[in-house]
Design a protein around this ligand. Sequence first.
Ligand SMILES: Nc1ncnc2c1ncn2[C@@H]1O[C@H](COP(=O)(O)OP(=O)(O)O)[C@@H](O)[C@H]1O
Ligand SMILES: [Mg+2]
Length: 327
Amino acid sequence: MESIIEVQNLKKSYRKRKSKEYVKAVSEVSFTVNRGEILGLLGPNGAGKTTTIKMICGLLTPDSGSIKINGIDNKDKRLKALRHISAVLEGNRNLYWRLTVKENLEYFAGNRGLSRRDVSVQVEELLVKFNLKGKENELVNRLSRGMQQKLAIAVAMLADSEVILLDEPTLGLDVETGYEVREILKALVRDYNRTIIISSHDMDVIQNICERTVIINQGKIITDDKVENLLRLFDVRAYTVELGDSLSEQQEQLLLQKFPQHEYTKDALKSMLSIDLAKSGEIYELFDILKLNNTPVEAIDRKTINFEQIFLKIVKGEKQDALAKPS
Ligand SMILES: Nc1ncnc2c1ncn2[C@@H]1O[C@H](COP(=O)(O)OP(=O)(O)O)[C@@H](O)[C@H]1O
Ligand SMILES: [Mg+2]
């Protein structure tokens, strides 16, 4: 696949306010983005996502490293490289706050040199697509945060650039609007052939929209893989077993020896056992222990681990060895 963005060894520190100390915001960031791809940049707060995005769109100069957009180094030929990019950052600075929704769209559509007729066709299409009909004559500064965000994305789409960077597009939105923005983004990827980078600290957003994700923590890329592969990689065998009788002391002791991490709860009605197995064969050892007293098994359930848990594991460094696989 053809890459459109190549980021290599980016580093960026900030000087702490009123101090000579530096904060390393980004210290080891390299990744590529393929044309037409929608890449997630996932990481907890303070991981370096915004810093990375600002460097890619030319708002911050890296201390070292290189960024190539369409093969053009954005240090050598800044304007030429940046022509291919639009960005939606926090605060929606790409909008004119004293113009109406429609005026913003018309202005940016006009910027592309479209005829008046084409402008009005495009504006109408975007108003519908972004569910902004009925708000078109509202001033931007009077819109809700969610409406502003939708408009900011619509304006970014209008610029017709090949690459669109979205920094935390659903941050601070209420659940409903957050959902709507996600659906809009998915539709955009389908309908327009753009390359999109979305940063988020929210697992769901990335899992929902992106095929591949780079995970960043403390300024470093920890993993770069398809979301689907990550899910498989972290496919721990977690089971919950519902027992028809409580366990004997001996069984409890054996469980503790074999599976020190298990959880066992018993009450009058049922006993529950939760267990993570490292290897699939271990399930038989579990059954051997249950068989000692012919403990009835009422139900057995294999838990599916969600992306949120995976993310936490990665960030806490619990799965570093698993990730260090040859790519
Ligand atoms: N202007 C700044 N001055 C000093 N430190 C900053 C500045 N911007 C960000 N940082 C620090 O850099 C690190 C990365 O920040 P940021 O890129 O905003 O992360 P994210 O977007 O993933 O939350 C954090 O520790 C943050 O506190
Ligand atoms: Mg940020």
